[in-house]
Design a protein around this ligand. Structure first.
Ligand SMILES: NC(=O)c1ccc[n+]([C@@H]2O[C@H](COP(=O)([O-])OP(=O)(O)OC[C@H]3O[C@@H](n4cnc5c(N)ncnc54)[C@H](O)[C@@H]3O)[C@@H](O)[C@H]2O)c1
Ligand SMILES: O=P(O)(O)OC[C@@H](O)[C@@H](O)[C@H](O)[C@H](O)CO
Length: 387
């Protein structure tokens, strides 16, 4: 069995590639990083280390790589694959769609009717569905009709904290021990083979919203408040009681939403929150706030981890005060190396606070959450100026 995985980065090597290899797949990574591609081709293996007391190591073998810039090679790999997965970042999906489309075209034109599942393992709601739209835009009507019969794009949720890596070995990757990969079975082709280690569910929405609105909402709060306080890592942020309390308070808000919306047991959900806060504190990791806060425009967008739960909670009659405060903190995240952070700062400078909030969150200026973001932003700025 051969899996083609786009993105030989942290989650690609540290989770998806590892799990697929353990499930018996030969893994062909597709990446645009020449050094990583060359090393994978040369060594055909790499080592994953678990961030725990034991520091266990696993050798991942049976892997290779293809240069993602070579469209013909990418299409050939997809044409031969039994499975395609991605972990490139949701905004990159459009850039890998051409190679996938040409690969699907080759499979279908060869008369090959073997089923193909394409699973986007990105932090987004409906990631595979988004990828399907990009791919279908690049297929003609006849091929789209055939693809409907033989190719499926089941949505997924993936959870494992994999920080930026700073090893001499460009393939080495250190990951937290915890992991979860959930796939929507209802979106798969009939009779599809399941991947060992993946949790299949009939309805993904409760899983992806619980993950995104707890792990990722809490994570970005720790990153944005930590950044304002000058913390370098999430571990440092969480060691500051005031930040840890803000993170917890924000997760009480998303928890109120999730338990009401999906009927989760409140005590179970409280335990889920507790486990996640423990994961953020993992002393064997140094997870940089700049990674966790990266791409604040994506994180402030209407369907992501801050605005979406805030709006839903507001519609339920709740008060997303801490979520609004976290959005205000996101507006103060300004690392020079982050193009989205720089675009936000430019907008704040040229358009002003209120228009910037509306432009990036889609919340109109008279929306109560918009007003709370303004309030918290002004207060956070004032506080920062006094320090
Ligand atoms: N790191 C985590 O803790 C974690 C956990 C769960 C989900 N995710 C999600 O996984 C995705 C990847 O995150 P990451 O942390 O692994 O990022 P990363 O930057 O480490 O990896 C992304 C990889 O994609 C490659 N890439 C970029 N453009 C490409 C292209 N056109 N074709 C092929 N490859 C390309 C990059 O070279 C890089 O190797 C994101 O959507 C992220 O939200 C990350
Ligand atoms: O990858 P992002 O930018 O969507 O979010 C940053 C982190 O919160 C994220 O990568 C987590 O580490 C991961 O989602 C844990 O499963």
């Amino acid at each position: 069995m051969r899996a083609v995985h786009f993105g030989a980065g942290n989650i690609g090597r540290g989770f998806i590639g590892l799990l697929l290899s353990q499930a018996g797949y030969e893994v062909v990574f597709v990446d645009v990083n020449d050094a990583v591609v060359a090393e994978l081709q040369r060594r055909k293996e790499y080592v994953v280390t678990f961030a725990s007391d034991a520091g266990e190591k696993i050798r991942v073998g049976g892997v290779t790589a293809v240069d993602g810039k070579d469209l013909a090679l990418v299409a050939a790999a997809v044409a031969e694959a039994d499975l395609v997965t991605t972990a490139v970042g949701v905004n990159i999906l459009k850039h890998i769609a051409e190679g996938i489309a040409r690969g699907i075209e080759r499979r279908l034109e060869n008369g090959s009717a073997s089923p193909l599942h394409v699973i986007a393992c990105e932090n987004a709601i409906g990631g595979s569905t988004q990828l399907k739209h990009h791919v279908y835009e690049r297929l003609n009507a006849e091929l789209r009709g055939k693809a409907d019969q033989h190719v499926a794009f089941p949505d997924a949720a993936v959870d494992r904290i994999v920080p930026l890596q700073h090893h001499e070995d460009p393939l080495a990757v250190t990951v937290e021990p915890y992991c979860e990969w959930v796939v929507d079975r209802s979106m798969m082709l009939p009779g599809a083979k399941e991947i060992q280690g993946v949790h299949y569910v009939d309805r993904l929405e409760p899983y992806i919203e619980r993950k995104l609105f707890t792990v990722n909402t809490g994570h970005c709060c720790a990153a944005y408040f930590g950044y304002i306080q000058g913390c370098a890592t999430i571990q440092e942020s969480m060691a500051d009681d005031r930040i840890a309390q803000r993170v917890r308070a924000t997760l009480q808000e998303t928890g109120a939403l999730l338990t009401a919306k999906y009927g989760f047991d409140p005590a179970d959900h409280e335990r889920y929150i507790g486990k996640i806060l423990e994961r953020f504190r993992n002393p064997h990791l140094a997870d940089e706030v700049e990674r966790v806060g990266r791409s604040p425009i994506r994180k402030l967008s209407p369907d992501d981890r801050l605005v979406r739960p805030a709006l839903q909670l507001h519609e339920q009659g709740g008060n997303p005060e801490h979520l609004a405060e976290a959005m205000a903190a996101a507006l103060m995240f300004d690392p020079e190396s982050d193009p989205e952070a720089q675009e936000l700062q430019k907008s704040l400078h040229s358009e002003g606070l209120e228009r910037t909030i509306t432009a990036y969150t889609s919340l109109s200026a008279d929306h109560p959450i918009h007003r709370r973001i303004v309030h918290h932003y002004e207060r956070l700025r004032e506080h920062a100026a006094q320090q």
